[in-house]
Design a protein around this ligand. Sequence first.
Ligand SMILES: *[C@@H]1O[C@H](CO)[C@@H](O)[C@H](O)[C@H]1NC(C)=O
Ligand SMILES: *[C@@H]1O[C@H](CO)[C@@H](O)[C@H](O)[C@H]1NC(C)=O
Ligand SMILES: *[C@@H]1O[C@H](CO)[C@@H](O)[C@H](O)[C@H]1NC(C)=O
Length: 301
Amino acid sequence: MFITCCNRFNFMLYTLFLAAIITSASKKSVPIPASSFAKSDNPLRQPFSLHNWTLQLPIGVGSDFETVRNPLLSEPGYGNDFFHLNKPGNAYVFHTPVLPENGVSSENSAFTRTELREMNHTNNKLEASWDTVKGVHYMKVTQSINSISSSTEGKLINFQIHSDCCAVLTVRLFSKPETGVLLFADFDKFANGSLTKIIGADKYPLIENYVLGTIFDLEVVVDNGLVYVYLNGVLKSPKEGYRSNLLAVYFKAGSYSQNVPSATIPATAVNEVSIYKMELYHGDGPYTPPTPSNPTIDSDY
Ligand SMILES: *[C@@H]1O[C@H](CO)[C@@H](O)[C@H](O)[C@H]1NC(C)=O
Ligand SMILES: *[C@@H]1O[C@H](CO)[C@@H](O)[C@H](O)[C@H]1NC(C)=O
Ligand SMILES: *[C@@H]1O[C@H](CO)[C@@H](O)[C@H](O)[C@H]1NC(C)=O
């Protein structure tokens, strides 16, 4: 069952290995621009703890993006051009140009991201890694999507459960004539460890006609192999749960662009997400299912 997945994974590793040999001679770090934003009224506020996370930035060399780790990430006032507080200081803003000046090149890694990656909660130097089949795993993100790179071709990912090879679940915003501005949950073709579905077949609308800037609660529960997605406390994925048996997965949240500059998307186009709150739980459960919510937060992003 795992063969399809892992052959693909081995192939990816091999490709990465070759790429590493080719690029290692020229590997160097890119300076992270300090925030030109610096307009928060409360520059030292911390809307939520970043202790359990690392931050991936849309800059770097080749496909090797810059990562900001703790303790730096948790220092009050830490920020840069791509990650900073909003004006009131009640959200972190994830600002992702499709091609920043020092951008991760579109040759190697097509898409830019400003994204948090879950780390181990008892030792945040280690990457978090858990199995969807065992235990209860819960994450709640209160967020808004402020900007999408194109109103007719825009695509971004604002939440993921991922492993090294496959995604369990991605939450995406599409802005296209066929879909309108649609926020939806997409279970990956490898979500249960084997190639079981046509790509994009298992989509569940979360918000239709999304108005940019609207704040919503996204809650994801993984309960012993069954995945549930809630929007503002209302279940949007199958009632019986979406079956997943992927190993060594982790949560991600932020702004992961799915567009590259083109004839119709300028290099200055931006994907931007604000995150107001994040909650995480890993344990044996049982858990209390989310209840309807209506996040009202004073914000101008
Ligand atoms: C963190 O590491 C501990 C010890 O290795 C492990 O038991 C636990 O499952 C890990 N937690 C996560 C979320 O990765
Ligand atoms: C994986 O999903 C496919 C298609 O939905 C289903 O037929 C199969 O039983 C699932 N496998 C597991 C292990 O859940
Ligand atoms: C890290 O996550 C765990 C949940 O597994 C939580 O109990 C803990 O408070 C978090 N740490 C911080 C500093 O937020």
